[in-house]
Design a protein around this ligand. Structure first.
Ligand SMILES: O=C(CO)[C@H](O)[C@H](O)COP(=O)(O)O
Length: 221
């Protein structure tokens, strides 16, 4: 699939979401951060807005659930129109069942890891997923500083995927900019979430292309 850029609408104007989606028309995905004020200390949006955005946006929706009890809610996001649904390892009670439900409904299933959560305990269930999302900030807010300490986990995840001969994408989320994207791409990431770097840029579409080029130039896997 190559390098993919997923602008996060967390930094967009929530009153103009359709226009904000159109402003990143050359992005591969629209990244939608669903926060419940329990799993993370912030509250954003839920199923009704995802359902409307799925109809209004040209890009497929990449829904990142930062919520408690994703086992209950995740399949509903596929029904609402998400093409990829990510839930957190730290919040999920039945990751295999939930991933299978997401896939059975026709979307890609992804497992997210907070910065202090290792990938190794999930090695045996990697094949249940289409993507691993590695957080490079503590989840909850846009505009935070990239955590360099997460980069070795990207490399270890890429090695585990190769060891098992799988075809998973690795998505990176948090503090991604022209300053930080190359070290993540070098380590093996291929899907890049960027909120403030894209939506605070003078021209969001130009920034999407700049990020894509920087990552593609250093990708080796
Ligand atoms: O999941 C998130 C926060 O929990 C956001 O997607 C992420 O932080 C993107 O924002 P930025 O690129 O500004 O860091």
């Amino acid at each position: 699939m190559g390098i993919q850029i997923a602008p996060s609408i967390l930094t967009a104007d929530f009153a103009r979401l359709a226009d904000e989606a159109a402003a990143v028309s050359n992005a591969d995905w629209l990244h939608v951060d669903v926060m419940d004020n329990h799993f993370v200390p912030n509250l954003t949006l839920g199923l009704p807005i995802v359902e409307s955005l799925a109809k209004a946006a040209a890009q497929p929706l990449d829904c990142h659930l930062m919520i408690e009890d994703p086992d209950r809610w995740a399949p509903g996001y596929v029904e609402a129109g998400a093409s990829s649904v990510t839930f957190h390892a730290e919040a999920c009670r039945a990751p295999i069942r939930t991933a299978r439900e997401i896939r059975a409904k026709g979307a890609r299933a992804a497992l997210a890891l907070k910065p202090a959560t290792p990938i190794e305990p999930y090695e045996d269930i990697l094949a249940e997923f289409d993507m691993i999302l590695i957080m490079t900030v503590e989840p909850g807010f846009g505009g935070q500083k990239f955590l360099d300490v997460c980069v070795p986990k990207i490399r270890r995840t890429r090695d585990l995927i190769a060891k098992h001969g799988l075809d998973l994408w690795i998505e990176i989320d948090g503090g991604i900019s022209t300053e930080t994207i190359e070290r993540c791409a070098e380590a093996g990431a291929d899907v890049f979430v960027a909120g403030s770097a894209v939506y605070n840029a003078d021209d969001p579409n130009t920034m999407v292309e700049k990020l894509r080029t920087l990552a593609a130039d250093v990708t080796t896997h």
